[in-house]
Design a protein around this ligand. Structure first.
Ligand SMILES: NC(=O)c1ccc[n+]([C@@H]2O[C@H](COP(=O)([O-])OP(=O)(O)OC[C@H]3O[C@@H](n4cnc5c(N)ncnc54)[C@H](O)[C@@H]3O)[C@@H](O)[C@H]2O)c1
Length: 417
C-alpha cells in the first residue's frame, strides 16, 4: 500500500502508527521525560542501525528529546516501514531505508549513518559497528560507545573483543534481562506467528510445527505455536536446551527426521544452514518455511533457488519453489526475519522495555565516558531492574518488599536445620 502513497500521506500514516505504538510504551515515555529535563544527549550525534519500525521511531523521538541529532538506517532490507522513514525525515532525522531495498542500497545507508561522525551508535546485528571498524577507523576517536540490540550482534562483537579488534566499549542491550526474556521470547514468538499467518493464512492447530533452536526466541515461537494447538517439534545441538524443550512438552528430533513430518518450519538459531537442500527435498508438498533468526543464512536459499524447477511469488511475502518431482515448498519473506518482513515486528509493549534499556545503555556510556574498557559490557543490574519495576508500575502491578528479617535471613549462613 505504501508504494502508492506520497510522502505527506506516508508521514501521516507514520504519525498515527507511531502514536499507536507509543500507547504501549509507557516506560520509554517516562525515560523520555527524564531525558528532556536532563538533556543527557545535548549536542550529541547518534547513529542508529535498526529495524525502522514505529517502535524505533519512538526510540528516536526520545533521543532527540534528550538533545541528540539522529541518523537512522535499516538493519535489514525487508524490515523497513516506509511511513516511519518519511515521518522521521519530516522531524529532522537523516534516514536511509526502503522496504525491499537491495544490498547496495542497504550498505549505502550504513555508510551514510557512519558518515555523520557519531558520538554514540545503536546497532542491531553488528553491521554498523563492524563497518566503522573495517572502513572508518578515522572516526573511532569520537565514538563514546555503542549499544547492541540482538543476540547475533552481541556474538559478533564478543568475537571482535576476543580478537582484540573492538576499539570502543559496547553495551550488550540484548543481554539485559528486561530485553532478552521478553523481547526475544514473547516478542519473537507472537510476531513470528503473526508473520506466518499474514503470509499464508494457514491453520496452525493440528499442524506439525518445527522450531530450529531453543534459545529464548525458539522457546517463544514454540510456545506460541503450542498455544495455537500445533504439534510442536524442536531441533537443537545443545543437550541442555534440547532437554528443556523435551520437558517443556515439545518433541525433540533431528532436522533430518523433522523435515519429513513438518508442516511449518521456523529457524531461530543465529547459526547458518539449519535448513539445507537435503532437508527441503524431503519435505511434504506444501511445507511452509520461515526464518526468525537475525540474518538470512539459516535457510540455504541459494541452493533452493538453484535446485527448484520453477519459482514464483504466490502471496504477499510468500514464494513457491517447485522441485522436479512436482513437490512444492513455500518460503516466507525470502528467508529473512519473517516477523519483520511479513508482519510488523515485535509488539510495542515488549519494545518498550528493550528501548528503555537502549536509552539507559547510551546514558551509561555517556556517564562513564573514558572509564569503560573496549569490551562488551552489561549495564548494572539496578538499571535492568529499574526497567522491570517501571514496567510493573505502568501495568498496575505491585510486588512485595523484603522485610528486615527476610533480608537478614537471606544474608546469613549460621541458621540451618
Ligand atoms: N526475529 C526477531 O525479531 C529477533 C528478535 C531477537 C533475536 N533474534 C535473533 O534470533 C536468533 C536467536 O536468538 P536467541 O536469543 O534465541 O539466541 P540463543 O543463542 O539463545 O539461541 C539459539 C539456539 O539455537 C541453537 N542452535 C545453534 N545451532 C543450531 C543448529 N545447527 N541446530 C539447532 N539448533 C541450533 C543453540 O544451541 C541455541 O540454543 C539470533 O540470530 C538473534 O539475533 C531475532
Amino acid at each position: 500500500m505504501s508504494s502508492v502513497m506520497n510522502a505527506d500521506q506516508l508521514v501521516e500514516m507514520g504519525k498515527l502508527r507511531t502514536e499507536w505504538a507509543a500507547l504501549e510504551m509507557p516506560v520509554l515515555a517516562l525515560e523520555r521525560e527524564r531525558l528532556v529535563k536532563e538533556r543527557t544527549f545535548d549536542g550529541m550525534r547518534i547513529a542508529i542501525c535498526a529495524h525502522l519500525t514505529s517502535e524505533t521511531a519512538n526510540l528516536g523521538r526520545a533521543l532527540v528529546a534528550g538533545g541528540a541529532s539522529l541518523a537512522m538506517t535499516a538493519s535489514n532490507p525487508l524490515s523497513t516501514q516506509d511511513d516511519v522513514v518519511e515521518l522521521m525525515r519530516s522531524e529532522g532525522a537523516r534516514v536511509h531505508g526502503k522496504k525491499g531495498e537491495d544490498i547496495d542500497s542497504y550498505n549505502e545507508g550504513i555508510v551514510e549513518a557512519v558518515g555523520t561522525d557519531p558520538h554514540l551508535v545503536i546497532d542491531d546485528g553488528g553491521d554498523l559497528i563492524s563497518y566503522i571498524h573495517l572502513h572508518r577507523k578515522d572516526l573511532i576517536g569520537n565514538v563514546i560507545g555503542g549499544a547492541e540490540e540482538t543476540t547475533t550482534g552481541v556474538k559478533r562483537l564478543r568475537n571482535m573483543e576476543k580478537a582484540g579488534t573492538l576499539l570502543f566499549p559496547v553495551i550488550a542491550v540484548n543481554d539485559c534481562q528486561t530485553k532478552m526474556l521478553f523481547d526475544n521470547r514473547y516478542g519473537t514468538g507472537q510476531s513470528t506467528i503473526d508473520g506466518i499467518l499474514r503470509a499464508t493464512n494457514r491453520m496452525i492447530a493440528g499442524a506439525n510445527f518445527v522450531v530450529g533452536g531453543y534459545g529464548w526466541c525458539g522457546r517463544g515461537v514454540a510456545s506460541c505455536a503450542k498455544g495455537l494447538n500445533a504439534h510442536t517439534i524442536v531441533t537443537e545441538i545443545d543437550p541442555v536446551r534440547a532437554l528443556q524443550a523435551a520437558m517443556d512438552g515439545h518433541r525433540v528430533m533431528t532436522m533430518e527426521e523433522a523435515a519429513e513430518v513438518g508442516d511449518f518450519f521456523v529457524t531461530t538459531t543465529g547459526n547458518r544452514s539449519i535448513i539445507r537442500l537435503e532437508h527441503m527435498t524431503r519435505m511434504k508438498d506444501g511445507a511452509i518455511i520461515a526464518n526468525s533468526g537475525h540474518f538470512d543464512v539459516e535457510i540455504d536459499m541459494d541452493d533452493l533457488r538453484n535446485a527448484a524447477k520453477s519459482t514464483r511469488p504466490v502471496r504477499h511475502c510468500l514464494d513457491e519453489f517447485e522441485f522436479q518431482n512436482g513437490r512444492r515448498i513455500y518460503v516466507v519473506g525470502e528467508g529473512r526475519l519473517s516477523n519483520l518482513a511479513s508482519a510488523e515486528g515485535h509488539p510495542a509493549s515488549v519494545m518498550d522495555m528493550s528501548f528503555a534499556d537502549q536509552v539507559l545503555s547510551l546514558e551509561y556510556l555517556v556517564k562513564n565516558k573514558g572509564n569503560l574498557s573496549n569490551a562488551v559490557h552489561r549495564i548494572p543490574l539496578e538499571l535492568d531492574q529499574r526497567v522491570a519495576m517501571l514496567k510493573l508500575k505502568t501495568m498496575g502491578v505491585e510486588i512485595d518488599q523484603l522485610t528486615e528479617k527476610q533480608n537478614e535471613y537471606l544474608n546469613a549462613w549460621e541458621s540451618g536445620t
